[in-house]
Design a protein around this ligand. Sequence first.
Ligand SMILES: [Zn+2]
Ligand SMILES: [Zn+2]
Length: 110
Amino acid sequence: MEFCPKCGGLMVPAVVNGKKVLKCQSCGYVKEPANPGRAYRVEEKIERHPLDKVVVFDVDVATLPVVQFKCENCGNDKAYVYEVQTRAGDEPATRFYICTKCRKVYREYA
Ligand SMILES: [Zn+2]
Ligand SMILES: [Zn+2]
């Protein structure tokens, strides 16, 4: 949960110009999550498990390791790697790759 740096209001996910951002409920302040080093909200639909609708996690990409990864979207060859436990502990963690350039999210089951 995040709060507005201007007025302290609750920041809620919103879509502005096709981009996912956080927007203050009170004053309308918009935080651009695409800025490098800022917290970045990732939403990924899970098709394989219908019961899991959306995985949402907040991650500060500046703290993530960067690995060699070919991005099909922009041709970049580096991505942040992030592991998240989306299910009960009896299933392996899901690994996400986030392109360092265009921020496209790729999912890989470990
Ligand atoms: Zn505000
Ligand atoms: Zn890319």
